[in-house]
Design a binder for this molecule. Structure first.
Ligand SMILES: C[S@@+](CC[C@H](N)C(=O)[O-])C[C@H]1O[C@@H](n2cnc3c(N)ncnc32)[C@H](O)[C@@H]1O
Length: 297
């Protein structure tokens, strides 16, 4: 089954979704994603109809406004994207900079969609005033409107009428969780590229994050955490403490583009921490068991 996605987004878990979904049961009440980004796991989960309801939250408000609009008004977003995209043909680089300026003034979600579709590596960058300052990818024109339309409508069809959107701090979202919810967390990398990581609006403190997970344990809420302290090909971040009693799994993330460039054959692994009750659901979801995903467990 093809899983739709809106745009390329740095840190997206789209490629790992089949491995992560193995730990989710087939029928549960609500999936909560406090650091949703492009919501790759929520979308995959909804395509397989695993949960009844979804909570999509991210500190990045324009991104959440965009997702809300995609889900609730797909025709409006698809048509406006097509207009903006089609306008770029005379001088596509200049057009990008004009839209970037307009976005910084208005925070219009569809301008943001175009910028995400055209910027370098789908990497969101802000300056110290919170203005989007990423450059255009000069080799690409951004997703073709036809493909974008298909993705927008597919995402809307699986999430409409059962999704709540917010742009709050993750702690507020965790506080609102209730028994029966499953939480998937993919926080920003552990401040390893500087405490004020310009890729996102905010980094998070490791200690505070661990405290929040303790609270979830106390409330007996099931959860999954992607937690890697990687920046480029180096590993910095701390592991989650053993006291949290989580299963630590290493997912096979394939060959890194960096390793490929250097002619190396090294595979990268990404950490996943799973509450013990969810381990039993890993019965070879989506095409059989992958022996690599628990290689170091
Ligand atoms: C690694 S990305 C998530 C990527 C996502 N899994 C995907 O598939 O696209 C981390 C996200 O956390 C958000 N974020 C950063 N600090 C946050 C906070 N304190 N509360 C909520 N979201 C936050 C960032 O805006 C970013 O989109």
């Amino acid at each position: 089954m093809t899983i739709p996605h809106l745009v390329q987004y740095q840190g997206s878990k789209r490629n790992l979704a089949p491995q992560i979904l193995r730990y989710l049961p087939n029928n549960f009440s609500r999936l909560v994603e406090p650091f949703s980004g492009t919501a790759a796991i929520t979308i995959a989960c909804a395509v397989y109809n695993k949960a009844e309801e979804y909570v999509i939250n991210d500190f990045n408000k324009p991104l959440i406004d965009l997702f809300r609009m995609v889900v609730e008004s797909p025709e409006f977003v698809a048509s406006r994207y097509e207009e903006i995209w089609s306008d770029q043909h005379y001088d596509s680089i200049e057009h990008y900079y004009q839209i970037r300026e307009k976005f910084n003034l208005t925070k219009d979600p569809v301008f943001f969609l175009y910028l995400l579709a055209r910027c370098v590596k789908g990497a969101v960058r802000y300056n110290s005033d919170g203005l989007f300052n990423q450059s255009p990818d000069k080799r690409r024109n951004g997703t073709n409107p036809k493909t974008m339309r298909q993705n927008i409508f597919s995402i809307s069809s699986v999430l409409k009428g059962r999704t709540t959107f917010s742009s709050l701090d993750y702690k507020t979202i965790l506080e609102s969780t209730k028994p029966g919810d499953i939480v998937y967390m993919d926080p920003p990398y552990q401040g390893v590229c500087g405490e004020r990581d310009s890729r996102y609006f905010s980094g998070i403190s490791h200690i505070e994050f661990v405290e929040e997970l303790e609270k979830l344990n106390h409330k007996k809420i099931s959860y999954i955490v992607s937690y890697d302290g990687k920046c480029g090909n180096k590993s910095y971040g701390e592991e989650l403490p053993i006291e949290l009693q989580l299963e630590h799994i290493h997912l096979n993330a394939g060959r890194s583009s960096q390793a490929t460039l250097l002619g190396k054959d090294s595979v990268t692994y990404e950490s996943l921490y799973v509450t013990k009750d969810l381990i039993k659901h890993n019965k070879g979801f989506a095409g059989g068991k992958d022996s690599n995903d628990r290689l170091f467990a």
